[in-house]
Design a protein around this ligand. Structure first.
Ligand code: 5GP
Length: 201
């Protein structure tokens, strides 16, 4: 069986990344890795579904045991990708999506050069601010912090393989699928197929 592809998916807060991933993961060729974090669960979040919620000690133990593919500190908490489930899903032929921030993404790029890095952009900073205001889950000063954080993260988009603008959800998901399709047709993955076609020549 062919191994799946490791896909890094990053986007500033308010870009609609969660909704995009929900749509994408309706296709069972894709699985989202469940990260570990030391931040407290938000209302409605379930341990083992949204994140593995760990104490700092448990998280640091996993790091010491080389149990993390990557990890980063973000807003005073640890976030990381447990290594074993990712390798197991790839071996089972799934395309594994890591929904991670930019520092972690750069670590994955260095460790796994075959990973595909996709960055999701908002149509504009003004639109991002409008979406965060509309969501209404944060105070105005927090929204402004998120907007400046987003502007810093967007500077890193040039280090990714593809950039998708999430203006209309449907178009952004279609762009994601187009990227995956084109990547799957790359010559580097076609050696076996070329060999099969030529077998009885
Ligand atoms: P939140 O606290 O809003 O769930 O996530 C904060 C940030 O952490 C988001 O940008 C999210 O992409 C990132 N994040 C979530 N899981 C991981 C992970 O396993 N590793 C890294 N490096 N970042 C993560």
């Amino acid at each position: 069986m062919n191994k799946g592809r490791l896909i890094v998916f990053s986007a500033p807060s308010g870009c609609g990344k969660g909704t995009m991933l929900e749509e994408i993961c309706k296709d069972d060729k894709f699985s989202c890795s469940i990260s570990a974090t030391t931040r407290a669960p938000r209302v409605g979040e379930v341990d083992g579904v949204n994140y593995h919620f760990l104490t700092r000690e448990a998280f640091e133990k996993l790091i010491a045991e080389d149990g993390m593919l990557e990890y980063a500190q973000y807003c005073e908490n640890y976030y990381g990708t447990p290594l074993k489930p990712v390798n197991d899903m790839l071996d089972a032929g799934k395309n594994v999506i890591l929904e991670i921030e930019v520092q972690g993404a750069m670590k994955v790029k260095a460790l796994r050069p075959d990973a595909l890095l996709i960055f999701v952009l908002p149509p504009s900073i003004a639109e991002l601010r409008r979406r965060l205001l509309k969501r209404g889950t944060e105070e105005l000063d927090v929204i402004e912090k998120r907007v400046s954080q987003a502007a810093r993260e967007i500077d890193e988009a040039v280090n990714y393989d593809y950039v998708i603008v999430n203006d209309a959800l449907e178009d952004a998901v279609a762009d994601f699928k187009a990227v995956i399709k084109a990547e799957s047709l790359k010559t580097e993955f076609a050696a076996e197929q070329i060999h099969e076609v030529k077998k009885n020549a």
